[in-house]
Design a binder for this molecule. Sequence first.
Ligand code: TRP
Length: 446
Amino acid sequence: MSAPRGEFSSRFGFLMAASGSAVGLGNIWGFPTNAASNGGAAFLFVYLLLAFALAYPALMAELIIGRRAQANGITALRSISSGKKSRIAASVVGFSGIITVSLILSFYSIVSGWMIAHFFDAMAQIFGISTVSNWLTTDHPVRNSIFVVMFMTLTVFIISAGVRNGIEKWASRLMPSLIAILILLIVYVFTLPGAGDGLRAYLVPDFSRLTEPALLVGAMGQAFFSLSLGVGTMLIYGSYISKDENLPVTGGLVALLDIGIAVLAGLLILPAMYAALANGVEIFDVNGQLIAGPGLIVSVLPSLFETMGSIGIFVSLAFFLLMAIASLTSSISMLEVPVAYGVEHHGIDRKKASIAVGVVVTVISLMIVFNFDPLFDMVVTFTTEFSQPLLGFAFCIFVAWIWRRNDILLEIKQGCPDAESGFFWKIWPFYVKFICPVAILTVYFQ
Ligand code: TRP
């Protein structure tokens, strides 16, 4: 009998989809520079600790609720709530998740559009039509609008095809390519002069930084954004996992893949930045910090590629393809949250729902594109620093304080029959009940 809802066909399919969601712009431009500016391997160490001790338990909370409820975020949270008040709270949290993730997608698609524009620039250079190069690489509302629309069209195309034929199929093709491109680029960049200095900046620990609150806050925010937590993305992917899967192990693999790829990205970005420095490119900002975020991707690295001669064009092509893939496998996971709600709750046809939500998000993106200075930073800060941690906190409260402990255990036991005596069940409930909420709030008020 075929499942009435979508379901991933295999563990591999789920792993590619979920790690595709997790691995995105956050891993490639956030993690490496964060690490290098905050004590190198000392940051790495704290990040690993926080990712496993805090982000992994929160990830498990979402996966377990999702698979239990077999439904979108709102329906799922309502189904584990027994009282009237908690059901109202469930709707508020679920709905806020939908709005937050749609707003995250609206700025994410702008940045992803830049990646595609730079990818086209490399293509144009390969085909010798460098006249368009200037247009493609200059930040301009018209260029940005065109590429936002292009990127959102791709995202809608994949999501409208459904869980197996869209998400799983594309993630299973794109993620292995992403890993292959990443490794090839690392190997190449290691041969460049200056790469060794980058490696040192990344991997030599400065343990004196470990006590700084900024380091902890940075590492925790990074871990939550990177694992796509708090807005129902992992919940909805969890709802498509087969009941035969061992959830603690599968969730652990997703966390490992995400962290592993972030660490690998560091091996590419920092050696590349220091190689750029060796070629006379400025890599520090006015405060002496490494240039991070968009500036790193659309200005520092392209300057490095330019100094490499003709091979630089191919390196640039590979790099922006990598970024575009990372963005697309993340953006589809964002769009799936509101679309699943529309399909399940309002009975809208999947294709229509994907197009409708896609159009709304695109319109918001275009509003940001044309009012970039006041809006862009505001939307980023509101969603990632304000809304996402609060919602992550709310998810932990729902699982640990509202949902019945026995129900949780029953769900985990499906696919993992001896869960009760296992290590996971010994410590995870305590973590989501006490450690995660307190840690999230502490970092939040920092
Ligand atoms: N985790 C992705 C990244 O690192 C971004 C992402 C995908 C995301 N889905 C999300 C972030 C949901 C927050 C919420 O780039």
